[in-house]
Design a protein around this ligand. Structure first.
Ligand SMILES: [Zn+2]
Length: 280
């Protein structure tokens, strides 16, 4: 199994010379199974360039299949969906999994995003690809040889947030974003879910010492603590703050690597970087 980061930024896309190395697109990560299965975690603006790349393959002829796993429907996790050509190419197939909000289904939310108010597409009914929305549950399901597990991890009022675990041949990628550990129960659930994962991708926009206006995000230290406690192999900090420059991300990773080393923690730490291809 391999994974590739296509968007690692939280909140809003972040263009600019100081953000080129880690990248400025919002959340989108591709997991590729050994048999060519393609699973996309969130469709932030990173999905646009991922889609362009996939159009160089079978998707151009309308023979592509994608499974989309959506954590929640805030803009930085969905905005890229309508743009790539593969979405408008008849014959391509999209299976979309994700939580409904209390104000409407996931399908309604995507349909609203494509309404004439926001888009010339005029609604989901007009995209060319065959698409279906799958009800989300904690029941595992398979995508070819991959096993996918999902877990609700936030009680945010109208937009629940789910985490995903993708497994193949005893290896696992766990994807947790936009979660704040407000009580022990959520922490224990996340711990069990991430347990023994080869790779944990975890949102970490700010550190505990940065006092910023924020809405329910875990801190860098939460991601580290969870990865260490859950015996994760590699942790990728994700959903970087839009204000965090490349140099600042380098410094942040160096600082926390030193702290892990001085505590003799075996965890391998990285900041997720757009374009990086990781063998799991
Ligand atoms: Zn977010």
């Amino acid at each position: 199994m391999k994974l590739q980061f296509w968007g690692v930024r939280g909140y809003v896309p972040t263009p600019g010379a100081e953000y080129l190395r880690y990248g400025g697109n919002t959340c989108c990560t591709l997991v590729c199974g050994a048999n060519g299965e393609l699973v996309v975690l969130d469709t932030g603006t990173g999905f646009c360039q991922l889609g362009d790349t996939l159009m160089q393959r079978e998707f151009r002829q309308g023979r592509g299949e994608l499974t989309l796993l959506i954590t929640h429907t805030y803009w930085d996790h969905i905005l890229g969906l309508p743009f790539p050509g593969l979405v408008h190419t008849p014959g391509n197939r999209l299976q979309i999994h994700g939580p409904d909000s209390t104000l409407g289904s996931l399908e309604m939310t995507y349909d609203g995003m494509l309404s004439p108010v926001y888009s010339p597409v005029y609604g989901l009914a007009h995209i060319g690809a065959t698409h279906s929305f799958q009800p989300i549950s904690t029941e595992p399901f398979t995508v070819g040889g991959l096993t996918v597990r999902a877990l609700p991890l936030s009680r945010r009022k109208h937009s629940p947030i789910w985490a995903y675990r993708v497994e193949e041949n005893g290896r696992a990628v766990v994807y947790i974003t936009d979660v704040r550990y407000t009580d022990d129960q959520i922490w224990k659930q996340a711990l069990g879910f991430a347990s023994g994962a080869s790779v944990l991708i975890h949102s970490a926009p700010y550190t505990r010492s940065e006092h910023v206006q924020d809405y329910g995000h875990s801190r860098v230290e939460d991601a580290l603590d969870l990865a260490v406690e859950a015996n994760v192999g590699r942790l990728f900090l994700y959903h970087h703050a839009p204000t965090r420059t490349d140099d600042q991300l380098d410094a942040l990773v160096a600082r926390y690597r030193a702290s892990l080393a001085s505590d003799r923690r075996p965890l391998e730490l990285h900041a997720a970087c757009e374009g990086d291809l990781i063998t799991v």
